[in-house]
Write a protein that binds this ligand. Structure first.
Ligand code: UD1
Ligand code: MG
Length: 426
């Protein structure tokens, strides 16, 4: 049986954040989620080691049904300390750092397939900064030196430890208790096992891996680089499934959004936790936690959480929040919040649902075939029945019965010649 142990107890000091490192997000999903999901493709025997902000991280990963442990960071800090009290149950045990969200199940699998006492991961980098260096002599791994403990010559080594290792069970059982914290960070380094194993003549194999899949996230800069890679993976997947993307480099799609049927997304759009079915999102629109079906949205539209837009056309500078629109046209410059709008209805430019009175939010209900004139304010709660016409510029603060015209306007006053009196004649 294979066992995977994910190290996620560290504070992540270099992230300079109150959020624990493994809860930082790529494309809206926490790093730790990606790692657990890929690990689950290989085994159900997964242990995750937490400590810093234990409850926060535990809450995020409870859904995965993995074994959760708390590291004694005070007495046993470090990646080796993390393993001090963990039961080793698998024949082979793979250790993964929790800060490498781009790792894939295919890459993890390779380590289990290597026949060795220890299989470890190496990258050859032009910029090895931040990683532990792998000292190699006569083509054999000798030890791993952490950056903070490395001398000048060691710092120049381009080979780094990528942070994935597969151990035979008995190796961990033997060497974890032997680790000490005699180093610059006063931590128990898992990586010290390598030097001990070399001295004992064990069979260590190093697998050279690619920088993209094994990238460790230690700073906000690393996070941004990894997010770009992840976002590209997500977009590539959807394009393969038939989504059209115009200038995909400028589009952000998160890990939770779903597309069905042929959809088209234009440049500059941001799509988060959305379900988009046979719809077109025009340039620079933002869609968040909303469903679009057979609809066209944008350019420059904002569809906010809990909106459902079906068979509708939403134009520029229209903001929709927590509203259901079914076969509706809202072409320009409107705010539709907490509204339900039925088929055949046209929302004129500048229509505002005034849904908030400073204390609470109220609903607006608009029936079928309603014509809402431009610059209408609908003071919620308000119900507009079917076949109603609302004259441009009206303030609607009463319910309107089926078939009516509603008009509220102060009479227009015209004073002839006033312009010339005020500005004078040229
Ligand atoms: C570690 C390796 C380094 C390697 C790099 C690859 C060690 C000593 N060093 O360094 O050789 O090049 O990863 O990315 O292992 N963690 C715990 N408990 C702790 C400390 C850390 O669970 O007490 C977890 C962290 O949450 C993190 C992972 O272990 O997910 C790695 O810790 P980090 O501090 O990022 O180690 P690096 O300095 O990157
Ligand atoms: Mg790291």
């Amino acid at each position: 049986m294979f066992q995977i142990i994910i190290l996620a107890a560290g504070k992540g000091t270099r992230m300079k954040s109150d959020t624990p490192k493994v809860l930082h997000k790529l494309c809206e999903k926490p790093m730790i989620d990606y790692i657990i999901e890929e690990s689950k493709k290989i085994t159900n025997s997964i242990d995750v080691i937490l400590s810093h902000k234990f409850e926060d991280v535990k809450k995020e990963i409870e859904k995965y049904n993995v074994r959760i442990h708390k590291q004694d960071l005070k007495n046993f800090p470090g990646t080796g300390g993390a393993l001090k009290e963990i039961p080793f149950t698998g024949e082979k045990i793979l250790i993964l750092n929790g800060d490498m969200p781009l790792i894939t199940a295919d890459e993890i699998k390779k380590f289990f397939e290597i026949d060795a006492d220890i299989a470890m991961s190496i990258m050859n980098l032009t910029n090895p900064d931040g990683y532990g260096r792998v000292v190699i002599e006569n083509e054999r791994v000798k030890k791993i030196v952490e950056q903070k403990d490395a001398n000048e010559d060691e710092l120049k080594i381009p080979f780094v430890n990528a942070g994935v290792y597969c151990f035979k069970k008995e190796i961990l059982e033997k060497y974890i208790p032997l680790l000490d914290n005699n180093n610059a960070q006063k931590e128990y380094y898992l990586t010290d096992i390598i030097e001990m194993a070399v001295k004992d003549n064990l069979n260590i194999k190093a697998l050279e891996v690619n920088e993209e899949d094994f990238k460790g996230i230690n700073s906000k800069k690393d996070l941004s680089v990894a997010e770009k890679i992840m976002c590209n993976r997500i977009k590539d997947k959807w394009m393969q499934q038939g989504v059209i993307m115009r200038l995909p480099d400028t589009i952000f799609i998160d890990a939770y959004s779903r597309f069905e049927g042929e959809c088209e997304i234009e440049s500059g759009s941001v799509i988060k936790k959305a379900k988009i079915i046979k719809s077109r999102v025009k340039a620079n629109s933002v869609i968040e936690e909303a469903v679009l079906k057979n609809s066209e949205v944008g350019p420059m539209a904002r569809i906010r959480p809990k909106s459902e837009i079906v068979d509708s056309k939403i134009g520029n500078f229209v903001e929709v929040k927590a509203s259901k629109l079914n076969d509706v046209k809202a072409g320009h410059l409107s705010y539709l919040g907490d509204a339900e709008i039925d088929s055949g209805t046209n929302i004129g430019a500048g229509t505002i649902t005034c849904n908030y009175d400073g204390k609470a939010k109220y609903k607006t209900k608009i029936g079928k075939n309603v014509f809402v004139g431009s610059d209408t304010q609908l003071i919620a709660p308000v119900v507009i029945e079917d076949d109603v016409m609302i004259a441009a510029g009206s303030t609607v603060n009463k319910d309107i019965k089926k078939g009516s015209l509603a008009i509220s306007r102060s009479p227009l006053k015209i004073i002839e010649g006033f312009y010339y009196k005020f500005f004078g004649k040229n």
